[in-house]
Design a protein around this ligand. Structure first.
Ligand code: KIV
Length: 265
């Protein structure tokens, strides 16, 4: 299988082919997602909650994202590896943002994801692409700004709000982003947004008509039980599997059946 690049995703859009993106935070999960043919693997800052047990994404730092990026990148051969730049790692000033972004590439990221769209972010996208790093944009609901937005609120529900998202999507494209994640937007406005730009739009709770689709791996696998968004589909029940395995092992240790004669040196 060939490595997925910005050109692969552009071709998918051109040909009307859909592509898959999943988050992963560790080596073996990333390796299996890669073997399963997932196109893009995102070291999402959702790991703040799913892997680190923080309350929200804003609590994870650049050092932590670097550790998870290294682990995931080591497991991936084919998929594009994208690192989510965490809260405050890219918004203070352009030089420090570029240093942090460059460091994620040194740890194995093929691209970075930046949330939001304003003059500063557009300038940063230009500088990042000029430095040689592809940028995935992220608009609609942007979790790092949840305190400003006032919670997990669906975006683009009015004509004016959709017009604003279309304008932002075009600005991100013009600044040099190779794709845009659209989070929590109703599917008809999302389709209008997707139809108004030439780079792929990735649905994160933005309906069926986007070019790509992303899900958090812990939702897909049924591992994270604190909350599950409406758009997540649970393909497995890892929570039950983990509980079951751990309970059986615990019993076996306590009743003396682990280890047995084949499990000793
Ligand atoms: O952090 C994350 O997991 C994300 C996506 C689900 C798009 O940003």
């Amino acid at each position: 299988m060939k490595k997925v690049t910005v050109r692969t995703l552009a071709k998918y859009k051109e040909n009307g082919e859909k592509f898959s993106m999943l988050t992963a935070y560790d080596f073996s999960t990333a390796k299996y997602f890669d073997q399963a043919g997932i196109d893009v693997i995102l070291i999402g800052d959702s790991l703040a909650m799913t892997a680190l047990g923080y309350e929200n994404t804003n609590q994870v730092g650049i050092e932590e994202m670097g550790i998870f990026t290294k682990a995931v990148a080591r497991g991936v051969e084919h998929a594009m590896v994208v690192t989510d730049m965490p809260f405050m790692s890219y918004t203070i000033d352009i030089p420090s943002a570029l240093t942090n972004i460059g460091n994620m590439v040194k740890k194995g990221a093929n691209a970075v994801k930046l949330e939001g769209c304003n003059d500063y972010i557009l300038k940063l996208i230009e500088c990042t692409v000029n430095m040689g790093v592809p940028v995935m944009g992220h608009i609609g609901f942007t979790p790092q700004s949840q305190n400003v937005i006032g919670g997990h609120i669906i975006q683009g529900k009015t004509y004016e709000a959709t017009k604003k998202l279309i304008k932002q999507a075009k600005e991100l494209e013009d600044a040099g982003a190779f794709s845009v994640v659209l989070e929590m937007v109703p599917e008809l406005p999302a389709k209008d947004i997707k139809d108004s730009i030439n780079i792929p739009v990735i649905s994160c709770g933005a309906g069926r008509y986007c070019d790509g689709f992303v899900m958090v791996c812990d939702d897909l696998l049924g591992k994270f039980d604190s909350f599950t968004p409406k758009f997540a589909r649970k393909y497995g029940d890892m929570k039950s599997l983990i509980l079951d395995c751990a309970q059986k092992y615990n019993q076996d240790v306590k009743n003396g059946t682990y280890p047995n004669e084949n499990e000793v040196y």
